[in-house]
Design a protein around this ligand. Sequence first.
Ligand SMILES: Cc1cc2nc3c(=O)[nH]c(=O)nc-3n(C[C@H](O)[C@H](O)[C@H](O)COP(=O)(O)OP(=O)(O)OC[C@H]3O[C@@H](n4cnc5c(N)ncnc54)[C@H](O)[C@@H]3O)c2cc1C
Length: 556
Amino acid sequence: MGLFKEVKKPVIRAAATGGEISPLRPRYTPKTPPCIGACPSGVDIRGWLMTIAQAEAYGRTNEQAYEIAWRKIAERNPFPAVCGRVCPHPCEDGCNRKEKEGGVSINALERFIGDFGIEKGLKLTRLTDQTYPEKVAVVGAGPAGLSCAYQLARRGYSVTVFEAFSRPGGMLRYGIPRYRLPRKVLDAEIQRILDLGVELKCNFAIGKDMPLEQLRQEYRAVFVGIGAHKGIQLGVPGEDAPNVFTGTGFLNRVNSGEEVRVGGKVVVIGGGDTAIDAARISKRLGADVTLIYRRTRAEMPAIKPEIEGALEEGVKIEFLAAPVEILTGGGVAVGMRCIRMELGEPDASGRPRPVPKPGSEFDVEATAVIAAISQEPDFDGFAGLREGKSWIKTSEWGATAVDGVYAGGDDVELGLASIAISQGRFAAEAIDAHFRGKPLAKDPPPGAPSGPITTARMKLEWYKEAFRHDRAHVPPEQRGIDTEIEFGLTEEEALAEAKRCMSCGMCMDCETCWMYCTNSCFVKLPKGEHYKVKLEVCNGCKKCAEQCPCGYIDLI
Ligand SMILES: Cc1cc2nc3c(=O)[nH]c(=O)nc-3n(C[C@H](O)[C@H](O)[C@H](O)COP(=O)(O)OP(=O)(O)OC[C@H]3O[C@@H](n4cnc5c(N)ncnc54)[C@H](O)[C@@H]3O)c2cc1C
């Protein structure tokens, strides 16, 4: 399947365009596509999609193109197979193809490329053969810490990661359930980072096994990526019963392989990813699950397909309800007293404030209660990095108020894996720049000095109609704790999907400008270098810019 509609070079007579038509002249101007603009990891999404789409045109086999694509992603994100499964893919939200037949399935393609990398045993590359004497310590082996370690190791530094738990991965291992992220995928992507020579010390809690100050003295820089693992309690009576869990505490125990007995009726409170994961796990443990959320479905912060998945699996959601009290009997929780809510004026978060309706209390039976309302970092041993009760504050490059100490990820603000990965990278770049006395590079998306490009600048009708490929799912009745729910794309689907990328704001060698120019201003350059514009023979007819499908040409 071709990328675009076949267009024959039209016969445009010189008389029609001859002479000076306008003083405007074309200029190739790369622009940020919406996908790159929205990717927290700042990955060159358009670049790797077009690498796959144009494999043949560049004389590459598909496999060669996949490897190049994998390397482009790994430049900034060493977890493509992980993120290709769990990232809520903000990159797809603004995809200009949405205005046609549906945005490009970028996340499913990322998984395809990530899985290719694992299957082929691709290794992460170092940026230098040099090794520098400065040693760096990373606290926490979550995505933030591991990304920081990766970016430092490939820049020639010796890095030691200290991890409190027995295995690395942070919330990717101890929060996200296995049915969403198989551990062999996580293990493979972590092992590649360790293969760069990163030392990992598990069961070693900074603040307990060694004070942060000592670590700071022994290492030239420290990155703190301790995440937020402490579940916040509801603050209602009855919460100290043994069958009441916090969301992160419950998921941690299940994901650590512990047998957790929840009985036949579980009540989960919350509306975020932790609540949904806890509800779906409880369902898999055999319980009837009721999730209590104080606003409506529209305000639920959890990833939308996860909410749909939970409903599909039979999780009941009581919207506009909040907990009042955990009912106990014989020393254990036996139910939850709730109250109906209604939505009032927007609160500080911009969402409508839930307001209790007096006299609307109702009871729900429970054999276990999971309070998954939020989580916070355990700052024991890290108090020096905070001001009052606030979480760690950093510069945009991750520097904290303490000299030589950097931070990123959930301990700065609860976020996503991709945000943690980018913050780990920023800190690594800052540490490297500091050690080597280099200026800190600005971080524009690759090849994009100007603003994001919208459909107003695209010629959507120019692209061949091609429908989106979505991932298939295991039917609800066959889902278990370890069965991965989502299937990947087939190779055929992945190739077709890559070819749906419209290369917004970047030349894709479609030849349209060259075809429409009657004055032969456009001189073809070797593949990848696109065209040279001979402005001296341009008469300002504007056709090249008007016809460019991807908005790459500006008139100035
Ligand atoms: C249940 C759940 C589901 C989620 N689902 C998604 C999702 O689908 N998609 C998505 O993008 N994001 C999701 N997230 C968010 C994502 O997992 C986090 O944003 C991300 O893991 C944060 O990375 P981090 O490295 O900052 O922290 P973490 O991943 O939490 O890692 C921190 C690490 O530091 C270690 N540590 C803590 N204290 C110490 C200490 N004192 N000494 C040494 N080590 C220490 C911890 O043990 C942990 O391994 C989810 C989060 C949860 C809780």
